[in-house]
Design a protein around this ligand. Structure first.
Ligand SMILES: NC(=O)c1ccc[n+]([C@@H]2O[C@H](COP(=O)([O-])OP(=O)(O)OC[C@H]3O[C@@H](n4cnc5c(N)ncnc54)[C@H](OP(=O)(O)O)[C@@H]3O)[C@@H](O)[C@H]2O)c1
Length: 323
């Protein structure tokens, strides 16, 4: 089968389409034939070496499609079931992947393969951030960075649906309207240096109880500056680079702040957590409260171009690869 592989870390140019042999699924695994593959920013960290992988390696954690082979000791899944997965194993940028059966979720009829591949990793992240890391309450004003991105478009709609007033941020003015149509009451451009002051102005000087920050290095200082006393910085990504080392005393100086650095994998550790998180996501999609925007589609062979697009900061919503 065709798969995207890389044998050294680096820029998008290290990604190569190869012919590989996929072994039969082991006991406890199923083979998923992919109809659509999710492209996520974490894939760029694996490719660049920011998050280490064993080389040579495949890439990608998320895809949806049909079960075409079932290993021993799998009882609740059968050939032909439509499923999705988003916590690996790494190797989703391929025509198929062998996945532990307990990391696979059956797709409801209303959720197409493309929507599943575009929304499971990003939307389940939005779910745990907004409902479990810092549970957003109606009436709260929150900051969500990269509001027009993959996680951002889903999370801002969901936060508004939960009753929050969302201040979204974007890296260019041409994304402002899109963010406003997807849950943001206010949209600030982080390329303008005074965006933390604008957050203060929008909150009567108080600041916000929570900032969800996936930009990392570039927004770290500003995010601390716009939090209310005893507010929480949820640092969940590094799109602009890893956050540099800092003195914990900065958290007291800025208002006895809380900091957490969560990851989806720790919020979907058990089968029950994974299923409940997926069910909650599928329910808000089916109800129409959250719409999934797939704004970039590439062939599997063009994974390099998909990564170049993500790095350009010009993509909006979700990106999928079609095998
Ligand atoms: N911890 C977790 O559980 C978890 C799970 C999923 C995703 N994430 C993180 O959430 C973030 C969003 O993921 P995604 O897949 O939905 O990606 P995305 O938001 O669609 O794309 C990344 C966005 O980051 C912003 N950005 C800021 N500085 C950048 C830079 N120097 N280069 C490129 N982009 C830059 C850009 O938006 P603007 O220019 O508009 O700001 C860009 O569109 C990523 O940081 C990802 O690692 C974390």
């Amino acid at each position: 089968m065709k798969a995207i592989r890389f044998d050294r870390t680096g820029g998008p140019e290290v990604l190569k389409l190869e012919d590989i042999e996929l072994p039969p699924p082991e006991a406890g695994q199923v083979r998923v034939k992919h109809a659509a593959i999710g492209v996520n920013f974490i894939d760029t960290y694996h490719r660049s070496g920011l998050y280490p992988v064993t080389l040579p390696s495949g890439l990608g954690l998320e895809a949806a499609g049909t079960i075409e082979a079932v290993g021993d000791n799998v009882s609740d899944l059968k050939l032909g079931d439509r499923v999705g997965y988003c916590t690996g194993p790494i190797g989703a940028y391929a025509e198929a992947n062998n996945v532990p059966a307990d990391r696979v979720v059956k797709l409801p009829d209303a959720i197409s393969d493309e929507v599943a591949a575009a929304s499971m990793l990003k939307g389940m992240t939005a779910q745990y951030l907004l409902k479990r890391t810092f549970p957003v309450q109606p009436g709260q004003t929150i900051v969500f960075h990269s509001a027009a991105g993959g996680v951002g478009l889903i999370a801002c709609q969901w936060a508004a649906y939960l009753g929050a007033t969302v201040i979204g941020t974007v890296g260019s003015d041409d994304k402002i309207e899109l963010a406003k149509r997807n849950g943001c009451a206010h949209v600030l451009n982080t390329r303008s240096e005074d965006w933390p002051k604008q957050v203060r102005a929008l909150t009567g000087g108080e600041g916000v109880p929570v900032v969800y920050d996936s930009v990392g290095k570039e927004t770290w200082d500003g995010s601390l500056d716009c939090l209310a006393v005893r507010g929480m910085l949820v640092s969940f990504g590094n799109s602009s680079g890893a956050v540099p080392a800092f003195e914990p005393a900065i958290l007291s100086a800025k208002g006895s702040l809380y900091l957490t650095r969560p990851t989806l994998f720790h919020y979907t550790r058990t089968r029950d957590e994974l299923q409940q998180t997926a069910d909650d996501l599928f329910a808000v999609i089916e109800s129409g409260a959250v719409k999934i925007s797939i704004n970039q589609r590439f062939g599997l062979a063009d994974a390099r171009a998909a990564h170049e697009a993500l790095h350009s900061r010009t993509t909006t919503g979700a990106t999928v690869l079609l095998p």
